[in-house]
Write a protein that binds this ligand. Structure first.
Ligand SMILES: *Cc1c(COP(=O)(O)O)cnc(C)c1O
Length: 485
């Protein structure tokens, strides 16, 4: 195998702590108790709990080994399309763990939370500048939650006008959460096909946009990694029938400092702080999906809202048209600290450069691999590029076989079988933080795997071969997880 980061080397087996336990082993020595035994609560004097008995080294090795089974952005390239798995500078973690931030309590009251409120206010202002909108709420806890908030705002807007609408247009290149968010608000998602270039054509929208349609949800850049270049024209069509344009801005990493969605016809937009602005995405951890709106929609934003009066910051709830609260307190504050630290440390030029590099890296991969994997939409891409397994089909090798084999070469696989518009999709998002050397290794690995598809397809069908567990029955593994190493 060519030189790659992945080796089969030291991957340890590791039993449960209870299996490692040996009577009498102990990691700490406690001072002798000076409390008389019969003074202790009855509940505490019964049988000792069944805790494993272990030395300090047993415990250290146990957790260190478990941590090494994990793969993260800090261990290697993680080109998971649509997820922006970029490296997040450690300083942002340091800022979020500062005592004043980490111990802030949401019930302390405005007076004792001026620093936290100022940070949130300033973050809102920065996101306004980046997106080109006049107002932002930081409350939603994730991208899909931001979509729901945006849809509730659209719903409230039509309710206020006195005439609710029943449908919403959703292109086939939208993120899968979009139709779900619209449906949760009672709208019927109307699917539209993108054109041969992989983007929407104004005529398609003009043909279906009517006065019973609340608007359109556009993911831009879309899930093919392409910029919806006709968005202004499409927004005009939607607006001319009284509709609104929802922008899914989870892919903002491609356009920071280059395009302001608020200036190209979008009325309401969500961002994923846990993609573009420093918090890692995935693992089910807390996220943040701020929603930005134009002036017309501002009165509907969730409460509380933060205002600045002279040099004082405070929450206000007196907003008659608000959709109400959509999260306890004010959302996930720790994620906001990371995002603010990231924005300040990058500066306007740094953010713009990050987007340019993310786009450059994706195009470099697209050009380098397009003879190796089939590229259904061969045009300049944004932050990600989407291939499929058409070239390998003659050897009965599919996308999942190649994705699994990448594990043997030391890479997290890309996103597979999404977006649905590309059959057998293999969707690569390198992000700006990977170096050319790492990207070249990834390209070499994919080329090597394509070679194996020709020469030894049987072996590829069994991949991964070097990992701790080899090919799993994924359905069974999800239902009956094996928790023993
Ligand atoms: C990730 C993503 C979402 C959903 O964000 P979550 O935080 O996972 O809910 C929505 N739209 C797009 C385009 C995305 O990439």
């Amino acid at each position: 195998m060519i030189q790659q980061p992945g080796t089969s080397g030291l991957i340890f087996n590791e039993p449960l702590l209870w299996d490692k336990s040996r009577n009498g082993r102990c990691a700490i020595s406690l001072p002798k108790s000076d409390v008389e035994r019969d003074l202790l609560d009855e509940n505490l004097t019964g049988d000792s709990p069944d805790l494993p008995q272990l030395s300090e080294l047993d415990v250290v090795r146990h957790y260190t080994r478990l941590s090494q089974w994990n793969f993260g952005v800090d261990s290697g390239m993680y080109p998971l399309g649509s997820c922006t798995m970029k490296y997040n500078p450690k300083t942002n973690e340091v800022q979020a763990s500062r005592q004043g931030f980490a111990s802030a309590h949401p019930l302390s009251g405005d007076e004792f939370s001026q620093g936290a409120l100022k940070l949130m206010y300033n973050l809102e202002q920065s996101l306004c500048q980046i997106t080109g909108f006049p107002a932002v709420t930081l409350q939603p806890a994730a991208g899909a939650h931001g979509e729901l908030t945006g849809m509730l705002i659209i719903h409230a807007y039509f309710a206020k006008k006195g005439k609710q609408r029943s449908k919403i247009i959703i292109p086939d290149t939208a993120h899968g959460t979009n139709p779900a968010s619209a449906a949760l608000c009672g709208y019927i998602p109307v699917n539209v096909k993108s054109g041969p270039m992989g983007i929407l054509e104004p005529e398609t929208i003009a043909a279906i946009m009517d006065e019973d349609t609340a608007g359109i949800m556009i993911t831009n850049p879309n899930t093919l990694g392409l910029f919806e270049a006709n968005i202004k024209k499409i927004a005009e069509i939607v607006h001319s029938k009284g509709g609104l344009v929802y922008g899914d801005g989870a892919n903002m990493n491609a356009i920071m400092g280059i395009v302001k969605p608020g200036e190209i016809g979008v009325d309401v937009l969500h961002l994923n702080l846990h993609k573009t602005f420093s918090t890692p995405h995935g693992g089910g951890g807390p996220g943040s999906g701020p929603v930005a709106v134009n002036k017309v929609l501002e009165p509907f934003l969730p409460i509380p809202r933060i205002v600045k009066e002279l040099d004082t910051y405070k929450f206000i709830t007196d907003c008659p048209d608000t959709i109400g609260k959509i999260h306890t307190f004010y959302g996930h504050f720790g994620i906001m600290v990371r995002a603010y630290a990231y924005i300040l440390s990058m500066g306007a030029k740094g953010l713009t450069d990050a987007s340019k590099l993310a786009v450059l890296n994706a195009n470099y991969i697209k050009e380098s691999l397009k003879g190796t994997l089939n590229l259904p939409y061969d045009r300049p891409c944004m932050h990600e590029c989407v291939f499929n397994d058409e070239f390998q089909a003659k050897n009965h090798i599919t996308t999942v076989d190649m994705a699994k084999r990448l594990l043997d070469y030391g890479f997290h696989p890309p996103t597979i079988y999404f977006p649905l518009v590309v059959h057998g999709a293999f969707m690569v998002e390198p992000t700006e933080t990977e170096s050319k050397e790492d990207i070249d290794q990834f390209i070499d690995a994919v080329k090597a795997i394509a070679g194996e598809a020709e020469e030894d397809p049987e072996k590829l069908k069994k991949a991964p071969l070097l990992t701790k567990v080899t090919r799993l029955d994924e359905v069974a593994a999800a239902r009956k997880p094996c928790l023993r190493g």
